[in-house]
Design a protein around this ligand. Sequence first.
Ligand SMILES: Nc1nc2c(ncn2[C@@H]2O[C@H](COP(=O)(O)OP(=O)(O)O)[C@@H](O)[C@H]2O)c(=O)[nH]1
Ligand SMILES: [Mg+2]
Length: 194
Amino acid sequence: MRVKIRNASFAGVFPHNAAGLPQFAFAGRSNVGKSSLINRLVGRKALVRISKVPGKTRAVNLFQVDLVDLPSLYLVDLPGYGYAKAPKSISRGWQDLIGKFLDHNRDLRLLVLLVDIRRDLGEEEHMLIDLMEGSGAQVVLAATKTDKVSFGQRMKRAPELSRQSGLQPVMTSATSGEGMDGLWSLILKALPEK
Ligand SMILES: Nc1nc2c(ncn2[C@@H]2O[C@H](COP(=O)(O)OP(=O)(O)O)[C@@H](O)[C@H]2O)c(=O)[nH]1
Ligand SMILES: [Mg+2]
C-alpha cells in the first residue's frame, strides 16, 4: 500500500491541546534511528531533526501528517533512552514522561518499538512492551538499520528478536527505505473506523 502525503509538519509538544487525531508513536534507545525513520516514512529529509548529540530529545514531539483520501494523524517521536552519559535523574524523567504519555492515552493506536537489528532487547524495551499490554494500542517491533547487516546476520537476528520480544519484527532501514510500505500498512490498519 502506498500512501500519498499531502503535508507533514511539527504540531507541538505533549501535552498538546489539539487532541482527537489518532497517534502513532515511535520509541527506542537514543540513536536507534527514530527520527530518521519518521522522516523516511513521510518522505521528508528534515521534518524531525537528526541530532548529532545522542540523548538530546527530551520532549514528546508530535508531527501532524495529512494524507490524501485518508484521515490525518500524528506521528509521535518519543524521547530516547539508554544514553550512557545521561544522569539517573534524566532516566527518571524519561519514565515519568513516557508514563504520562502512555497512560490512558485513548488516541494512541500503535507504538512502534525500534530496536537496532544488531542489538538485543533490554530492560526498557521489555518495560515498554509490558506497559502497552491491555492499553488498547498495539505494539509493533521494528528492527532498524537493516542496511548495516549481511543477509546471513539478518536471517539470524530476525528470529532472535522475535524470540526475545514475542513479536514479529518488521525489518526497516531509513537508508534503503526497507519496511516503509509495511509500516504504513500497519498504521492504516490501526486507524480508527470512521
Ligand atoms: N545506516 C543507517 N544509519 C541510520 C539509519 N537510521 C538512522 N541512522 C543513523 O543513526 C544515527 C541516529 O539516528 P537518529 O534518527 O537521530 O536516531 P534517534 O536518536 O533514535 O532519533 C544517525 O547518524 C543516523 O544517520 C539506517 O536505517 N541506516
Ligand atoms: Mg531523534
